[in-house]
Ligand binder design. Structure first.
Ligand code: ZN
Length: 396
């Protein structure tokens, strides 16, 4: 059936069939697959473990001036869990239907991009194109659970520093419309609980100043903030969700028993903050604490979110967008609504753009029946190729 299948599609589908699914990704098969690929293309390839048992595969194609800072093309090899009974096909069969839609976990997030990086470089190399800068294609584990055993430690190690990276590319998102989306920063998360303490007592009385009163106030603040931000997004068509803040209540905890007014109640939340408003939102959370007489606990927060320049004169941005223009690809520039490994690179001060060339594609990452159309995937290789050629030939 696949005798005449496009070479790149075949590679993509083979990669999708590997069950590198959290919480126990088969990284061994990933390494084997990538090493075999590197061998057939004669790409120098090595494996580094920033954390033992979590392999990072790095292929290096040397440029004509290897002393210049290099280009890093990064993708993660793990994928999120599936609920197979909700899928039309086995999520690790990479079934291609009559319309050319390839169904598999990771088809959008982000095994497509990993193969597009590889196939773009394979084509360039096969045609004898020598780029000015060295290109490293990296495949990292653990991104879907936060990157603590992948990009986060790696980018702090000598091994990473030895790559002398000057510019990096990582994942973006699909778009149902015409444009491809380029991400230059991301929102940061506030995961925490507001904890309210109040007077306990018997559930049959009029207890003053209970934890319940305080929780009611803080819930009101959270929901009001959420509604304001949604209205702000809807009021301006130029804004995307990455430009505003979102707030969701994710847990409510109490204790004791039905006839006891508890002395403590907890409201867990997930607030995602756009990078230019981090201080403002933190100050707001603090002020809510004093206004509602609650405290913040288990605060997970990241303070600095790097922002990669999109100044028209910035050499990387210019090279990147010139390539898109030359391919007649319309694009938008956006702030990524959630987190990716790019944040670790930007924290080092490295310019990084998130780019998954998938227009005319519904956004199905982490969803059931994730798919990517073969045509979009193959066209994406050509777009990727143009972009890589452009950034890897930036002179200095
Ligand atoms: Zn991803």
């Amino acid at each position: 059936m696949n005798a005449e299948e496009h070479r790149s599609t075949k590679v993509f589908r083979d990669y999708l069939k590997i069950k590198s699914v959290q919480p126990e990704p088969d990284y061994g098969s990933i390494v084997k697959f990538l090493e075999e690929y590197a061998k057939t293309c004669e790409f120098p390839c090595r494996v580094h473990e920033a954390v033992p048992g979590f392999p990072i595969v790095i292929m290096t194609i040397e440029g004509s001036n290897p002393s210049l800072p290099s280009i890093l093309l990064n993708s993660h090899t793990d994928v999120v869990p599936v609920f197979p009974d909700q899928w039309k096909y086995d999520p690790f069969s990479a079934t291609k239907d009559e319309e050319g839609n390839i169904y598999a976990r990771g088809s959008q997030d982000m095994k497509c991009v990993g193969i597009q990086h590889l196939e773009a470089m394979r084509e360039l190399t096969a045609e004898g194109v020598r780029l000015l800068r060295t290109v490293h294609i990296s495949f990292v584990p653990d991104e879907e659970v936060g990157g603590k055993k992948g990009m986060k430690p790696w980018c702090q190690q000598e091994d990473f520093k030895s790559l002398n990276v000057g510019f990096a590319m990582d994942e973006g998102l699909a778009n149902p419309g015409d444009e491809m989306r380029v991400f230059y920063s991301e929102r940061t998360a506030r995961w925490a609980s507001f904890v309210a303490h109040g007077n306990p007592g018997h559930g049959s009385g009029f207890i003053p100043d209970t934890a319940g009163y305080k929780v009611q106030k803080i819930l009101g603040k959270l929901l009001e903030f959420r509604d304001q931000q949604e209205a702000r997004l809807k009021s301006d068509s130029k804004l995307t969700v990455g430009d505003v803040n979102t707030a969701n209540i994710t847990s409510l905890k109490m204790r004791v028993q039905p006839n006891v007014v508890p002395d403590r109640l907890e409201v867990g939340f997930d607030i995602r903050v756009t990078p230019s408003e981090i201080t403002q939102v933190d100050e707001m959370l603090d002020s809510w604490c004093s206004e509602c007489d609650v405290s913040l606990e288990a605060f997970h927060k990241q303070n600095e979110m790097g922002i990669t320049s999109t100044d028209p004169e910035d050499k990387w941005w210019k090279a990147f967008t010139t390539a898109l223009n030359n391919c007649n690809v319309a694009y938008t520039k956006e702030i990524f609504p959630a987190g990716t490994d790019s944040r670790y690179l930007r924290q080092l001060g490295l310019p990084a753009l998130g780019f998954s060339p998938m227009n005319h594609t519904p956004i199905l990452l982490h969803d059931h029946n994730e798919f990517l159309n073969e045509r979009i995937f193959l066209d994406g290789i050509q777009t990727m190729r143009a972009v890589i050629e452009s950034v890897a030939n930036v002179e200095n």
